[in-house]
Design a protein. Structure first.
Length: 327
């Protein structure tokens, strides 16, 4: 009689899987990492929290050689003047938030792959070890391409671009709360995925950049007024052409913004948000500054609407944006 196969040691498998992802075993405490990197424990802990990781007790062996090397690298960049000490934590926080979202998506994708292939746990570790270098190379490639594009815009930009003058736009799904109650979680996930994919394609095709997606809303910027108008109207066209996607409200504003660590801030951003909330489904509203910049453009027609009172702005004058050949 054949004896049953022994149960896998889940603790050992988890350790092997973790080691494959971290690139080494955990062998240092928080204090030991700080000492080896030549950085104060207070500064190391501040960086760790800013990156989005949970606080680790002083006596817990939780860190690898990779953690030591990363801490040394941050310290060296600051010592050489490449990182301002005043923004060190802000930089770490933004980096941590970006990578956390990416890691969450990738881990979910990996779990779906394992579920579909029905791999055993030890085989999954081998797959992860093979995938990790490929994903690292792909992420580095994408980052370098975006960095080259951003650097090119900075070098070739006008005085206005140097001062942070941009068009800011919000595209918001109509009645999203109602949709969340009506759709199942998988259906809602597919809808958001389609919306974000469509928005990313349209924004990039028309010369803009997506700043962030927040479920039912996409925030984007463009360098010129004409690009902003093109993105907004093309988004509405694509949503209508899809047929089974909900309508959008889109608000655009134009002016000087604060661009910090990949995000945008300022009154122009607030105005675009307020205009979006006032917009009718399937339409585009713009502010007075963008209307002035587009005045006389052969491709666009503007219609001044009555003033509205919204939070923070008691006399906001919106303009409806259409193509010149629209009725």
């Amino acid at each position: 009689m054949t004896s049953p196969a022994p149960e896998p040691d889940l603790g050992a498998l988890q350790k092997d899987f973790e080691q494959a992802l971290l690139g080494g075993e955990r062998k240092f405490t928080r204090i030991e990492v700080s000492e080896r990197a030549g950085v104060s424990s207070e500064r190391a802990e501040r960086m760790w929290r800013a990156l989005g990781f949970a606080t680790v007790p002083d006596d817990e062996v939780a860190f690898t050689d990779g953690d030591v090397e990363a801490l040394r690298l941050v310290a060296a960049l600051e010592d050489d003047g490449f990182i301002d000490p005043a923004v060190e934590s802000s930089l770490a926080r933004k980096l941590g938030q970006t990578q956390s979202r990416l890691a969450s998506w990738q881990s979910a994708m990996f779990l779906e792959l394992l579920g579909a292939s029905k791999l055993k746990a030890d085989d999954a570790i081998e797959v992860a070890a093979l995938l990790l270098p490929a994903m690292e190379r792909l992420q580095t490639y994408v980052w370098r391409r975006h960095l080259a594009a951003a650097a090119g815009r900075a070098v070739a930009g006008s005085d206005e671009l140097a001062r942070g003058v941009r068009v800011v736009g919000f595209a918001d799904i109509v009645s999203f709360t109602r949709l969340t109650r009506r759709l199942s979680e998988p259906e809602l996930g597919r809808l958001i995925e389609r919306f974000e994919g469509l928005a990313a394609d349209v924004v990039a095709l028309n010369g803009g950049r997506v700043i962030k997606s927040i479920g039912d809303e996409v925030l984007f910027v463009t360098d010129t007024p004409a690009q902003g108008a093109a993105v907004a109207l093309a988004l509405q066209d694509k949503m209508r052409e899809a047929g089974d996607l909900p309508e959008l409200r889109i608000g655009l504003s134009y002016g000087s913004i604060l661009i910090r660590l990949g995000d945008v801030y300022g009154e122009v951003v607030n105005l675009a948000s307020r205009l979006t909330s006032e917009c009718k489904p399937g339409r585009v509203l713009i502010d007075r500054e963008l209307a002035a910049a587009l005045d006389g453009h052969p491709s666009y027609r503007l219609r001044r609407l009555r003033r509205v009172s919204v939070r923070g702005y008691h006399h906001l004058t919106p303009y409806a944006l259409q193509r010149t050949d629209e009725s």
